[in-house]
Design a protein around this ligand. Structure first.
Ligand SMILES: *Cc1c(COP(=O)(O)O)cnc(C)c1O
Length: 404
């Protein structure tokens, strides 16, 4: 494609798409490994992975083959019937998650959160109908944009234009003290929802001690604990699930982003206790868990959670973390570097995340902000050692460009 065709795609999009996103002036046509190909011939190193979706990068041969094979079979059947790939994916997820006993499939992260909140309400409805309906969520949390998911998402700019939202939601700070937990997580609360590592909120991990305190408090009032692992889960931290580092289990876990290898799918895993509260007709979806996407997700899940892949994530993740910390030593404008595996946040004081992201774009490196001051580094999990070096070099050049 030519430069003018590249411009034409952008012009047509800007004319006909609702202006809900501030898109980079970049039209994409394909990719290979951790690199994206633009319509004008540019090659860009991708440290966004389609917002933590493209764990296997671009052009994975086994994923492409799985798609081609699944495309010749049944694409959709509805949840009125059984299909093998759906059953297999459910078992695979449960086999990877010792505390979980059942799975619900849907189409996105937001839908997985929506289902998680409803499942918690359904559970407490059996204990104390209409009384134990509230939710406790965290400042800087992000759980999605539907009315329910938005109700447990803290950012005012996302919420205010759409009020009134679901009532009875309390927001508290991560790592707050025991007194705050006791005052907010009381007998009116159906569930506490938390990301083991906040994604949109600045790559903020919760400590094992805090997770354990949450677990204890939820048990005291018979509220459920929901983990949102939509962004941090499925290999990104170097463990299968981010919460494996916390020493406790949730009752419900929401998944989505990387599961379909780029195709839309969400999943909710529930333990025995929560599963028992759910009956025919309590929730549903037309597309959720369709045999086509589940066939592909089986291949993606197997590859992403294989011991070899997890070992790779830990190894390149350590290099990435070390490289980012070196940048932190080199540049005064970096105030913090935090993360694990291939999920890192670089916090800036002075330059905004948007300024750094734009400068990185000029260096052929794609990054995404997380809040106003934090740049997220969430490359495909298959990123190689040389590409990690490239990433650090280009980010260093971008920061130099901004501070000079
Ligand atoms: C992206 C995300 C969601 C929402 O997922 P969608 O697929 O965009 O609906 C929810 N929670 C977390 C932690 C996310 O990163």
């Amino acid at each position: 494609m030519t430069q003018s065709e590249h411009q034409a795609i952008i012009a047509q999009s800007d004319k006909f798409l609702l202006p809900l996103y501030k898109r980079a002036k970049l039209a994409l046509v394909g990719g290979e490994g951790a690199w994206l190909h633009a319509a004008d011939g540019r090659r860009l190193l991708d440290a966004t992975a389609g917002i933590a979706v493209n764990a296997l990068g671009y052009g994975d041969a086994e994923v492409v083959a799985a798609i081609q094979q699944a495309a010749t079979g049944l694409l959709h059947s509805s949840n009125l019937y059984y299909t093998a790939s759906v059953a297999e994916l459910a078992q695979r997820l449960i086999d990877l998650t010792p505390w979980a006993s059942k799975v619900f499939f849907c189409n996105s992260g937001t839908e997985a959160i929506e289902a998680s909140l409803k499942f918690a309400r359904r559970y407490t409805h059996n204990q104390r109908p209409e009384q134990q309906t509230g939710f406790v969520a965290f400042n800087d949390a992000f759980h999605g944009r539907s009315m329910g998911a938005l109700s447990v998402t803290s950012r005012e700019a996302y919420r205010t234009p759409f009020n009134p939202l679901v009532p009875g939601v309390r927001f508290i700070n991560l790592e707050c003290d025991q007194a705050t937990l006791e005052a907010t997580i009381d007998a009116s609360v159906a569930a506490v929802i938390v990301e083991p590592i906040q994604g949109e909120g600045g790559i903020r991990p919760i400590s094992p001690e805090f997770a354990q305190a949450l677990r204890r408090r939820c048990d005291q009032v018979d509220a459920l604990l929901i983990f949102d692992e939509i962004q941090c889960g499925m290999g990104r931290t170097g463990d299968v699930w981010a919460h494996q580092a916390l020493g406790i289990n949730p009752d419900i876990m929401a998944l989505a982003k990387p599961l379909g290898g780029g195709l839309p799918i969400g999943a909710v895993l529930v333990n025995e206790r929560a599963a028992k509260a759910l009956n025919y007709g309590d929730h549903g979806t037309t597309f959720g868990g369709n045999p086509f996407i589940c066939a592909v997700a089986n291949v993606v899940l197997q590859k992403v959670t294989s011991p070899t892949m997890l070992e790779h994530v830990r190894s390149v993740g350590a290099e990435l973390g070390a490289g980012l910390r070196d940048l932190g030593e080199r540049f005064d404008v970096i105030s913090d570097v935090r993360g694990r595996g291939l999920m890192w946040g670089v916090e800036f004081k002075g330059p905004t995340a948007a300024q750094i992201t734009e400068a990185a774009f000029d260096q052929g490196l794609l990054l995404v902000g997380s809040g106003n001051d934090v740049v997220r580094v969430i490359p495909p999990l298959i990123i190689g050692h040389n590409d990690v070096e490239q990433l650090i070099t280009r980010l260093g050049d971008a920061i130099s460009q901004v501070v000079s």
